[in-house]
Design a protein around this ligand. Structure first.
Ligand code: GDP
Length: 195
C-alpha cells in the first residue's frame, strides 16, 4: 500500500472538534508503551509523525492522522499509565466510550497487544466494550521480532484465549522493527474501509 500523504490533523478533546468530512476512521487502542506510535509510523512510512502517546496529561486526546485523503487513524490515549489519577482514568473511559458508542465513521479498532505478554485487564475491558457496541476488531500482536518465529503460534493462542476473542476476529502479527505484518494489516484496513 503506497502512502502518498500522511498528516497529523488534530488532538481532539471535545466531540465538536472531530473531523466532519466522513472519511472512515480506524482507531488504535492499547496500553501505554505497547508500541502504538511505532506501529502508526511504520504503517505510514514516516519516522516520527505519531509522537509517543504515553505521556501523562495527554490521556484525554484523540489524535487524528489523515492518510492518503482516504481514511483517518485515530490514536486513543494509551491506558494503564501508572501515574494517572482515578479521576483522569474515569474521564478517559467516558471519552473513549462515547466515541465507540456514537462515532458512525468508526469502521475498525486495532487492539494492539505486546505478543510477549497476556493481554491486561484493560485490554479485556476494551475488547468487551467493542463487542458490546458491535465494532469490528482486529487484534494486532506487535513486537513479533522479540520472540522466535517458532513461538508465534503459541503466543497468539494465549492472546486470543485471554481476550476470549471470537474466532472471526482477524489477528495480525506485527513488528515495527522489521515491518512484519504491515501489508497484512493494510489488507484488513482496506477491506473494512471500502465497505
Ligand atoms: P506507545 O506508547 O504505545 O506509543 O509505544 P511506542 O511506539 O513509543 O513504543 C514503546 C517502546 O517499544 C519504544 O522503545 C519502541 O522503540 C519499542 N517498540 C515499539 N514497537 C516495537 C517493535 O515492533 N519491536 C521492538 N523490538 N520494539 C518496539
Amino acid at each position: 500500500y503506497k502512502i502518498t500523504a500522511a498528516e497529523f490533523v488534530i488532538s481532539a478533546v471535545r466531540p465538536e472538534q472531530l473531523p466532519e468530512d466522513a472519511l472512515p476512521e480506524i482507531a488504535l487502542a492499547g496500553r501505554s508503551n505497547v508500541g502504538k506510535s511505532s506501529l502508526i509510523n511504520k504503517m505510514i512510512q514516516r519516522k516520527a509523525l505519531a509522537r509517543t502517546s504515553s505521556q501523562p496529561g495527554k490521556t484525554q486526546q484523540l489524535n487524528y492522522y489523515r492518510i492518503n485523503e482516504q481514511l483517518y487513524f485515530v490514536d486513543f490515549p494509551g491506558y494503564g499509565y501508572a501515574k494517572v489519577s482515578k479521576v483522569q482514568r474515569e474521564k478517559w473511559g467516558q471519552i473513549i466510550e462515547a466515541y465507540i458508542r456514537d462515532r458512525k465513521q468508526l469502521k475498525l479498532l486495532l487492539l494492539i497487544i505486546d505478543i510477549r505478554h497476556p493481554p491486561t485487564k484493560d485490554d479485556c475491558l476494551m475488547y468487551e466494550w467493542l463487542k458490546h457496541h458491535g465494532i469490528p476488531v482486529c487484534i494486532v500482536a506487535t513486537k513479533s521480532d522479540k520472540i522466535p518465529r517458532g513461538k508465534w503460534d503459541k503466543h497468539v493462542k494465549m492472546v486470543k484465549e485471554t481476550l476470549q476473542a471470537e474466532s472471526t476476529d482477524p489477528v495480525v502479527l506485527f513488528s515495527s522493527e522489521t515491518g512484519n505484518g504491515r501489508e497484512d494489516l493494510w489488507d484488513v484496513i482496506r477491506r473494512v474501509s471500502a465497505k
